[in-house]
Design a protein around this ligand. Sequence first.
Ligand code: SF4
Length: 390
Amino acid sequence: MELLDKQSIWQVRNSYLGVYVHFPYCFKKCDYCDFYSEGIGASPANDEMSLFQSYKKEILERKTHFPEISKRTIDTVFFGGGTPSKASSNNWKQLLDFLRSEFTFAEDTEISIEVNPEDLNSELLEDYHTIGINRVNVGVQTFSPKGLEFLGRHYDAIRYGSLVDVLKNSPIRRVGIDLMYGIPGVSKDSFYRDLNIFLEAGLPHLSLYSLTLEKGTKYSRDVADKKKGEPEENIQSEILTNLPMLLKEYGYNWYEVSNYAKPGFESRHNLKYWTYEPYLGIGPGAHGMIEGQRYGNPRNSSLYQKKQTNTKYEPTDPTTELSLTLFRLFSPFRYLDFIDSYLDGNAKTKYIRTIEGWEKKGYCTIEAGVFQWKQEALLLLDDLILEISL
Ligand code: SF4
């Protein structure tokens, strides 16, 4: 436990609700991206007003379908995308006011927004602070212009240059960035230079993703056509293994396989996905999970606005879903609580047997009902998760 000590211990929480809102527009569609998003250049989206109206309509419809959620307290709201910083702050403010008028909010509700570098400046963060947004994450990916070009991302040299200072001086304290590694043509040293920019700034949250090939993306077609190289898997494994210790030295807890935070700065909203807590998903391409049912909206903004929400609901399968999310956590969690709350007899026995087997092999610790991975499990994680989910 010594690498991962002094971390919060996650547990089942029964009375809360998260809200995710998907804003699907971006300056440019990145080549590797498989989120539902559309590149529309610098101008605002033509249908921004009607999209925000549709969000409100969907919130009311979901509330009617799931009357139980009115009894819950919202403790996280996440504006994601796409690029939600492309929409006006005033529209986000009005949507927040609407949510507050429809639900009870916890006093310390985490309200996050994803920002793209081209939109980031001090005034924007002041605006967000004023309207109650208290967490900002910036999708940097890399500071290397060559790397950004490979990814097909929009690059604005001035904004990338000032990004860290703007975040450091933000009135919002819960700030973080995403970095990506394993981009062909971007050396290991170049990745560590990116990481150093983050470490020197001392920002409290970091998401680190390896570049992956996702079906249907321009990047995967370019690889198939031999126009671009595949992600650098050797570099990825090496970096993945080095990071937990390195970041620990700088005071970051490794709380999820790809996420690091200074104590208390974890993304509480994302933790909901990993700990099987219910959340409303609003907007085109958004998914939600409430009362053991899942739904997903069409990945098409005009269809979403015309036809409104998807009213098909699928029952969740906790035996599989819990394993796919919970065991991504590298911080400790009360595994017996999760098992008792969500699984039936057979599944419980299987989970407990598998976990005890992992402990014997030295992949995890279990103490007083608390589970925690050891670093030894990191490179085997996908296989281990498969083992418990089958
Ligand atoms: S900015 Fe983000 S959401 Fe938009 S296309 Fe690029 S990776 Fe996808």
